[in-house]
Design a protein around this ligand. Structure first.
Ligand SMILES: NC(=O)c1ccc[n+]([C@@H]2O[C@H](COP(=O)([O-])OP(=O)(O)OC[C@H]3O[C@@H](n4cnc5c(N)ncnc54)[C@H](OP(=O)(O)O)[C@@H]3O)[C@@H](O)[C@H]2O)c1
Length: 432
């Protein structure tokens, strides 16, 4: 693995992962001979501060949350004109308000805390657009949010979850120049609030959906695909000289990481929990698949790599895999911890990192797509790889928006493979 910088740094501030109390070891890692048709342009060496590595610290994050009027009482839809764009009288001031169906969470807990309600939606203000959602992507992050595990990025209650959707622009506020009514757009990340029929978004957070891309596919791939891009192309640059281990390889993000890393030439080892997922992981470019509920993945990785270990572990499982992930790494290797579906790793032994000169990364897609230029560049690269067939999008699970409870139950029960999308009940549910 070519290493271009010998400068180590210990940096502070790792978002919600309290476990390591602010230690990150970083070193630049560059892959040479990037395949242009897969990687596109713009590969970057690793050189970012850990203070920007976690979820972006939004002091002004209140304007990043969806402005569905979540603190106002739900209006009784029977008391107003039932057309979709009603004008109602409030406090003697005439305001144009749309009634939409949305999910709201009043208290943290299981999937049952997500309520299907009528909520009011204002017209877009300066720099904002109103979007009628065609499809909404579900991401595991919303499970953490619903449970109250990531307070720093969770809006005040009651709130509407969701961080990914594709839809058509139905109104634009003043000074919006980047899109117009009728455009198909998608967004991923902030603002939180995508589980709704319609939403207000900052115009500079949406990206155009190419005409050739079905909005259901766009909502299935944008957040997960940008995350995959960050993992294999930004945070680290994966290539033919690397052997990588990807946990939850048949998951929404995992499926795309395996395909992309394979296309970049890496040797990919994937872990999954059962045989059905193993078949998909193999199709998605895993050279070796380990069913980690049946086999000891550390032993298998050592066997596969002739006891050398792997260069990088992409770990989104956390607690259940962390120690094994460290054990699988070769000296100087990288543990990229980008999620914690099984919980936060406990009792982390830093000595393991010192002994093998390891690096620990906590990348966040939000950081890498914060600047509009980076967001556009990354989404173009992603959509282009989907169009070229480098990435196959597994839009395997579709639920009506009103049935989001079932979708979260299935996600948490590890029943899903690939991506999950919610289709607003006022839209046609596409065939499976
Ligand atoms: N850092 C970032 O910027 C960023 C951005 C987006 C997503 N993420 C992270 O990426 C990960 C994947 O997200 P996703 O939406 O694509 O979800 P997903 O991978 O489709 O679903 C989670 C998968 O994790 C595995 N898993 C292992 N232990 C689990 C447990 N105890 N409970 C539930 N699942 C368990 C399951 O796969 P098996 O059954 O095969 O084990 C499950 O299917 C999440 O951890 C998420 O937080 C991070």
């Amino acid at each position: 693995m070519p290493i271009t910088s010998n400068r180590y740094s210990i940096q502070v501030s790792l978002h919600s992962l309290a476990l390591l109390k602010h230690f990150v070891f970083r070193q630049s890692l560059v892959r040479k001979n990037m395949e242009p048709e897969v990687g596109g342009s713009g590969g970057r060496q690793l050189a970012v501060g850990a203070d920007k590595c976690g979820y972006t610290d939004h002091d002004s994050r209140s304007n990043l949350f969806l402005n569905i009027k979540s603190n106002s009482p739900t209006l009784n839809p029977n008391s107003i004109d039932s057309s979709s764009d009603s004008v109602i009288q409030r406090d003697s001031v005439q305001a144009t308000v749309t009634m939409v169906k949305a999910i709201r969470v009043y208290e943290f807990g299981g999937p049952e805390v997500m309520k299907w309600e009528d909520v009011e939606l204002d017209e877009p203000k300066k720099g904002e657009i109103k979007v009628r959602n065609k499809a909404i992507g579900i991401n595991y992050l919303e499970v953490y949010m619903r449970k109250g595990l990531v307070p720093r990025i969770t809006p005040p209650s009651p709130f509407t979850p969701g961080m990914e959707a594709a839809g058509v622009v139905i109104a634009v506020g003043p000074e919006v120049t980047t899109c117009k009514v009728g455009d198909m757009v998608a967004y991923a990340g902030y603002p939180v609030g995508a589980y709704t029929e319609e939403q207000i978004l900052p115009a500079d957070r949406v990206v155009p959906v190419p005409p050739s891309l079905d909005p259901v596919i766009a909502a299935s791939v944008l957040f997960k695909g940008l995350t995959a891009l960050v993992l294999v192309r930004r945070c680290l640059q994966t290539g033919p000289e690397h052997t990588i281990l990807v946990h939850a390889a048949a998951g929404g993000v995992g499926s795309l990481v395996c395909q992309w890393a394979n296309a970049l030439g890496a040797t990919v080892i994937g872990t999954v929990s059962n045989k059905v997922k193993a078949v998909q992981a193999k199709e998605d470019g895993c050279h070796h698949v380990i069913i980690y509920k049946e086999e000891k993945f550390v032993d298998r990785v050592m066997e596969i790599t002739s006891r050398k270990g792997v260069d990088v572990v992409y770990d989104s499982v956390g607690k259940d895999t962390f120690e094994g992930s460290v054990a699988c790494l070769k000296a100087g290797g990288y543990l990229v911890l980008y999620g914690q579906a099984s919980g936060s790793p406990e009792h982390v032994n830093l000595q393991m990192f010192f002994d093998k000169f390891l690096h620990l990364e906590f990348p966040s897609v939000m950081f890498y797509t914060q600047a509009r230029k980076d967001l556009l560049e990354a989404s173009e690269e992603l959509f282009s790889n989907v169009a070229k067939g480098v990435l196959r999008v597994r839009a395997n699970h579709k639920y009506p928006l009103s049935q989001v409870t079932q979708a979260h139950l299935d996600l948490e029960d590890r029943k899903t493979i690939g991506s999950i999308v919610l289709i607003p009940d006022n839209q046609h549910l596409p065939d499976a």
